[in-house]
Every structure is written in structure tokens, then in C-alpha cells.
Design a protein around this ligand. Structure first.
Ligand code: C2E
Ligand code: CA
Ligand code: CA
Length: 713
């Protein structure tokens, strides 16, 4: 038989989308309504199996529609699934359940989840209908027509006034696994119905069933237990109705029942779905909320504290954006498995949605355990993941709070854990932080900074400083690195602070483009003013996000030709970062940049995780030895590393430069080891362009002077 689903949403587009999804179901008719009143009037006329109800509608909202439905007997039992876009806070959900909803779906919804929920409710509805049909047939036959009784799919047992079984239909024999001959003549309560009630055990006329029937009423229960073959307990739903003799006297009862093992399973599944996340099979937000409240209650009674960890993946968005949602889902499953590996059975791990996970750690050592678990998690999640044959680096940031010190209730704990997590992200990700009261100010400060940064980006309120690069043997300038400078209220903000913020907020693409264009103009001006030495380049730092832009090479090349500057005067510096893995976009952009003629330097070399195979694949022109190695150049190990990098560069056919040279000693040693180019405070700090010009004035031929003769000197 066809079942109908009513879908209610004020947005036509949503209705169309829902209809399309539901069209996958067989034997289902979809009826739609665009407002609460329209839905109610349809419900008066038609029988529907379930309602998918939008919550936010003008006029009468979904909750109101639901409570009207609950007031009418015809619509009271129709399952309602609320559709909502807005937040999933407890109070809101509660309001929904209270108004009669059985479930929630959050927009934009996953068609898979939608369909599986709908299927379950339809199945329940189908069973309900069958039962009702059976009951109405039963009423018609009034127990006398055995032929009909034999054909009904539900189990039916008839008893006489004394409670002795007089009739068993074939379905009942099947369900109970017993032949009617073994049942007929037996007392109903001994042979079939299992009761734990003291009173019921003391006699047939003390049973609720008998009492109801003797008063002419039906007795119904959906938590009944029957004894079946080999004394096996069977969960059943049954209704007992009184039967009457032809003269109208109460003369027994008929029990219609069905095996609800399957339904129990479905109910368990529903319960599971309400509490668990389908993707990772971890607990969801509902489960998390109740687990957190349980921990609080337990802690209040036992005065034992517990820890709550808030974890967010560091590069989930990039994976999702660059490789698609399927890859994102795979990654989340793999993350869930790794996290499960780092915690004990007694810890409660949930996924709140997206890439947000929580762990509740109970027990008297909760504080120590939380730190240990966090360390393990960070270690484990910074190992590469293999998703669809591709190696990915992800990492996680974790915030920790302890109850009761760091929050008096669930919402304060969550807020503070979130804040500690945000702080961990802010300090460079891939780390954990325990909440501290002054984090609030820090987080507020960085939020304020974000506002300032957005404002600065509007007018490109930035400056570039240039740090000269030298040939240490001749002390002549061979290039410069452009470094971004930003002042807020006269105070210089370090790029180490605002660049990560710009990356997080996506502002980096615009800023980076400005940096590149400004540096390109500058090097063009210098190329016109000076007789620059061969190989002179200005280098520009580029974030990984920029490399993920499909348009990058196009934009660069268009700009360079528009101002007519030779790309060979430019170089980009990319960091040997964890995420600089070989996505197609990254690699093709790097290849494109090389094709233009610009150089590519691998910055902070030695601090990342590059493998040899990986290095060989990148179209590099320079390896930039990180300052930490330069700092140790006087030690045997330090100089060994530098020699190795020099040899490696030679093997790859690329140049090598040392950065962060602060002392003459370091410079000498580097030259001995074969690294002759350097930048660092010892040679020159990053300075505005005109200071670089004075340096070049003293070192290079000024073309304008050469052309105009030497009247100024
Ligand atoms: P980086 O690319 O490794 O830049 C070198 C940093 O080391 C600069 O810091 C520079 O001032 C500093 N430095 C140079 N010589 C010495 C030295 O002898 N001793 C010491 N202690 N430090 C030295 P800065 O300018 O604060 O930049 C920090 C980081 O910010 C840069 O590290 C780079 O990763 C990022 N950054 C700067 N400008 C940009 C930009 O335009 N775009 C992007 N994406 N990142 C940028
Ligand atoms: Ca750099
Ligand atoms: Ca560097």
C-alpha cells in the first residue's frame, strides 16, 4: 500500500530538494505544503505516515503546527521530524521534543541520513497499519468466524472466562513456535504471558487484562513478554479485548499480539541514531551533552574532578576544499579511529560535528591523564594520513578544562574549553592548552586584531621592508627578501602574529597578492635605477593557501607583463610546511611559476618533514637553511648538518642561502662549509626600501648617474 509523507516548508526550493530526495523511496507519495495552516488543513483530509516539518516559517512556526497536531486525535500519532537550520542548543531541541517532534534534521541535511530516518518511520507506520487492520477485522468477526481468524497475520489467542486457552491461530503458533495442541486447555498466564506482578501471579481474576475485559474495555501493552518455544522470552505488543456470548454476556477475551523483536531493534537503531554520529559511530552532540551532565552530577557527589578536552583538526577545511567531501569523510573516520586508540575505554569520545571532537576523562587522575592523552593525540594526529592514495598531514589543536575549577556548569565548561582550543590554534596549532582565566582577554584581543586586520586589508594599509641578502665573501648585496610590516595605532605587529590570523581568515590571498605586486614594482624600479648584478632577485613569501589558488600563475603573469618587469627578478619563498604536500594545484602552480622564470626558494629548510623524494619533485632554485642550524654552526653536529645541506643543494642543482646570521663567527664558518650567501642581522636588518637604496648607491652603478654623467658626485 502507498504511504504518504507530508513535507512543510515555506521555501519552495527546499520543498523541491526534499521531493527529489524522497523520490528515491518506493511506494511513497509526497504531499507538500508551504505554510503551517495549509499543512493542518491537508492533515484533516488525508492520512499521512509522517510529517517533515520546517521549524522557521512566518506566521505559524513548526513547533506550533506540531502542538496543534498533538491536540487532534486523528493527527496525534503521526511522527514529526523537524527540519531546522539554526542552532542545536539544548533548550531549542527540548522545545521541539516537547511539542511532539520525534526527531530533528539539520539543514543542509545529508540525503542519506534523511532517507534512512524516513525509512524507519515508514516501516513503523506500516506495522501500525497492519495491526489496526487486524484489529478492525477482529471486531467485525466477533470471534465467531474462525476462517477469518486463521488468515490474519498477527497472533491471536482466545481464552474463556476462566483464563484457559481455547483458540490459537496459525500465526500465533508460528510466532510462539508451539503447536496449538500444546496450548489449548492451558491457563493463559502460565503457558504464554510472563508477568512479574505479584498480584497477577496469584490468579487470573487479579490480572489487569481480566479486570479491563470484565469491565468491557480493551487492555493494551507494548512491553509485553510471552513465553515461546523452549521457554524463550519474546518481546510482544498485544491487545486483549473482551468477547461476548450471543446473548451479550462477557465470556472471555481475545488477545491479538505481534512479535516486536524487529521493532525493538529499530527502536534501538533510532535511539542509536539520535545519540551517535553515523559517519564515525562516535557519540554525537546529544550523547556528549548527557555524558557531560552525568559527569558533573557524579563529580558533585563524589567530589572527584574530571577533564573535558575540546579538539579541532588543523587543516580539515583545506582537505575538504581541495580534495572534496568524500575525502573529508574518510579523514574523519580515520581520525576517529586514531583518537579511539589514544584513550581508555572509560573515556567518552564524541564528535560534535564537522571536525570538532570532545573527550571526557573521568577518574581521580583526570588532570594528569588529560595532558597525557593530549600529548598522545597530537603525536598520533600529526602522523601522515593516507586518503584515497594521497598522503595528508592534518594535526589538531586541543583545549582542556577541569571540573569544577574551570567552569561551574556544562555551558561554562564548553565555552572555556573552546577558548583554550582557540588559543592553542592561535599559538601555532598542533598543540594543547589548559584553560587559564586570562585567556578570555587574549582571545578577545585576537578577535579585535582580526577586526583591525580586515580594516587594514580594505585599504592595504601595509608596508614592505626589505632585508638584504649578501655574498659573504665579497660583502656585496645579491638580493633582498620582502617582509610584510603592519602598524596598528603606531605599534608594529609581528608578522608571526598576524600572518597566521590572515591565513585562518582567508585574508592572506589578498594580502599576498598585494605583497607580490608591490615587490614587483619595487624590483622594476631598481632594475631601472641600478645596474643590478646577475641573479639579483627580490623574494616574496607565499603562504600555502596562495599556492592553492588555481588562478595564481595567471594573475602573476598578467601583472608582471602589465608593468613590464622581467619575472627573473623575482623569487617566491615557500615554507617547508606540513601541508605542502603534492596536491595537483600546488605542484602545477609551482611549475607555472618556474616556467614564468621566477625562482622558488624552500624557506626554513630543515625544520619541516621533507623527504628526499619529495624535494626532488619540487621545481626549486634555492634551499634556505633555517636559523636554528645557523645558531649551531659552531658545534660539530650543526656544521655537519650545514655541510649535508650544501651537498644536497649541489646534488639537486640549486643554490643555498643561510638565514638569521647574527655573528661574524657564524659567517666565517658558513663560508668554510661551502655556504656563501646569507641574510641576517649581522649583515642587515629588514629596512624600508630607501635604506636598501642607500646601500645599493654605495655598491652599484646608478644607471641614471651613468646616463647623466657624474655631475652629482
Ligand atoms: P621568514 O620568511 O623566515 O622571515 C625571516 C624572519 O627572520 C623575519 O622576521 C626577519 O626579520 C627575521 N630575521 C632575519 N634575520 C634575522 C636574524 O639575524 N636574527 C633574527 N633573530 N631574526 C632574523 P619577520 O619579518 O618578523 O617575519 C616573520 C615571518 O613572517 C617570516 O618568516 C614569514 O614566514 C612571515 N612573513 C613575513 N612577510 C610575509 C609575507 O609577505 N607573506 C607571508 N605569507 N608571510 C610573511
Ligand atoms: Ca622567508
Ligand atoms: Ca625563514
Amino acid at each position: 500500500m502507498k504511504q504518504s509523507i507530508l513535507i512543510v516548508d515555506d521555501q519552495k526550493a527546499n520543498l523541491v530538494a526534499l521531493e527529489a530526495t524522497l523520490s528515491e523511496l518506493d511506494n511513497v507519495e509526497v504531499i507538500s505544503a508551504t505554510s503551517g495552516p495549509e499543512a493542518l488543513s491537508i492533515l484533516l483530509k488525508q492520512t499521512v505516515a509522517m510529517v517533515l516539518l520546517d521549524v522557521q516559517m512566518p506566521g505559524m512556526d513548526g513547533f506550533e503546527v506540531a502542538s496543534y497536531m498533538r491536540q487532534r486525535s486523528k493527527t496525534r500519532h503521526i511522527p514529526i521530524i523537524f527540519l531546522t537550520a539554526i542552532n542545536k542548543e539544548d533548550g531549542y531541541m527540548f522545545k521541539g521534543y516537547e511539542s511532539g517532534g520525534v526527531d530533528f534534521l539539520f539543514k543542509p541535511f545529508d540525503p542519506f541520513v534523511l532517507l534512512s530516518k524516513v525509512r524507519i518511520f515508514l516501516e513503523l507506520d506500516g506495522r501500525q497499519q497492519k495491526l489496526e487492520e487486524a484489529l478492525s477485522k477482529l471486531k467485525q468477526v466477533k470471534t465467531s468466524n474462525e476462517v477469518l481468524l486463521r488468515s490474519v497475520g498477527e497472533g491471536i489467542i482466545g481464552v474463556c472466562l476462566k483464563g484457559t486457552i481455547t483458540f490459537v491461530n496459525p500465526a500465533a503458533e508460528m510466532i510462539l513456535g508451539m503447536h496449538s495442541s500444546a496450548l489449548i486447555g492451558q491457563p493463559l498466564y502460565k503457558a504464554v504471558i510472563v508477568s512479574t506482578h505479584q498480584a497477577e501471579q496469584s490468579g487470573w481474576d487479579h490480572t489487569k487484562l481480566y479486570k479491563a475485559c470484565s469491565e468491557g474495555k480493551a487492555y493494551h501493552t507494548d512491553v509485553g513478554v510471552f513465553r515461546s518455544y523452549h521457554n524463550k522470552m519474546l518481546p510482544v505488543e498485544y491487545t486483549a479485548s473482551p468477547t461476548h456470548s450471543p446473548s451479550g454476556h462477557f465470556d472471555g477475551a481475545v488477545i491479538v499480539f505481534k512479535d516486536i523483536t524487529e521493532r525493538k531493534k529499530i527502536e534501538e537503531k533510532l535511539h542509536f541514531m539520535a545519540q551517535y554520529d553515523a559517519l564515525t559511530e562516535l557519540g554525537n552532540r546529544n550523547l556528549f551533552n548527557s555524558a557531560l551532565n552525568n559527569s558533573i552530577t557524579y563529580s558533585d557527589h563524589s567530589s572527584q574532578s574530571f577533564a573535558l578536552l575540546f579538539m579541532d583538526l588543523d587543516r580539515f577545511k583545506q582537505v575538504n576544499d581541495s580534495m572534496g567531501h568524500d575525502a573529508g569523510d574518510e579523514l574523519l573516520k580515520e581520525v576517529a579511529a586514531r583518537v579511539n586508540h589514544c584513550i581508555r575505554d572509560t573515556d567518552i569520545l564524541c564528535r560534535l560535528g564537522g571536525d570538532e571532537f570532545t573527550v571526557i576523562i573521568n577518574g581521580d587522575q583526570a588532570e594528569k591523564a588529560s595532558v597525557r592523552v593530549s600529548e598522545k593525540l597530537i603525536q598520533s594526529l600529526s602522523q601522515p594520513f593516507e586518503i584515497f592514495g594521497q598522503e595528508l598531514y592534518v594535526g589538531a589543536s586541543i583545549g582542556i578544562v577541569y571540573y569544577p575549577e574551570m567552569g561551574k556548569d556544562a555551558s561554562e565548561l564548553i565555552r572555556n574549553a573552546d577558548m583554550a582550543m582557540y588559543q592553542a590554534k592561535h599559538e601555532g596549532r598542533n598543540r594543547y592548552r589548559v584553560f587559564e582565566p586570562d585567556m578570555k582577554t587574549q582571545v578577545e584581543e585576537s578577535m579585535a586584531l582580526e577586526v583591525e586586520l580586515r580594516r587594514a586589508v580594505e585599504n592595504m594599509d601595509f608596508m614592505l621592508h626589505y632585508q638584504p641578502k649578501f655574498d659573504m665573501r665579497t660583502r656585496r648585496i645579491v638580493g633582498a627578501e620582502a617582509l610584510l610590516r603592519w602598524q596598528v595605532g603606531g605599534k608594529m605587529i609581528s608578522p608571526a602574529v598576524f600572518i597566521p590570523l590572515a591565513e585562518e581568515t582567508g585574508l592572506i590571498n589578498n594580502i599576498g597578492r598585494w605583497v607580490f605586486e608591490t615587490a614587483a614594482c619595487q624590483v622594476k624600479a631598481w632594475s631601472e635605477q641600478y645596474d643590478l648584478p646577475d641573479g639579483f632577485r627580490i623574494s616574496v613569501n607565499m603562504s600555502v593557501q596562495q599556492l592553492q589558488d588555481f588562478e595564481l600563475v595567471n594573475l602573476m603573469s598578467t601583472y608582471l607583463s602589465s608593468i613590464n618587469v622581467n619575472p627573473e627578478l623575482l623569487e617566491i619563498e615557500i615554507t617547508e610546511s606540513l601541508f605542502l604536500e603534492q596536491t595537483e594545484v600546488n605542484l602545477s602552480n609551482l611549475a607555472g611559476i618556474r616556467e614564468l622564470g621566477a625562482g622558488i626558494a624552500l624557506d626554513d629548510f630543515g625544520t619541516g618533514y621533507s623527504s628526499m623524494g619529495y624535494l626532488a619533485q619540487l621545481p626549486l632554485t634555492v634551499l634556505k637553511i633555517d636559523k636554528t642550524f645557523v645558531d649551531n654552526v659552531h658545534k660539530p653536529q650543526g656544521s655537519a648538518i650545514i655541510s649535508a645541506v650544501v651537498a644536497l643543494a649541489k646534488g639537486l642543482g640549486v643554490d643555498v642561502i643561510a638565514e638569521g646570521v647574527e655573528q661574524e663567527e657564524q659567517s666565517k664558518r658558513l663560508i668554510e662549509l661551502g655556504c656563501v650567501t646569507a641574510q641576517g642581522f649581522y649583515f642587515g636588518k629588514p629596512v624600508p626600501f630607501d635604506e636598501i637604496e642607500s646601500l645599493m648607491d654605495s655598491q652599484m652603478l646608478r644607471i641614471d648617474q651613468a646616463l647623466n654623467g657624474t655631475e652629482n658626485s
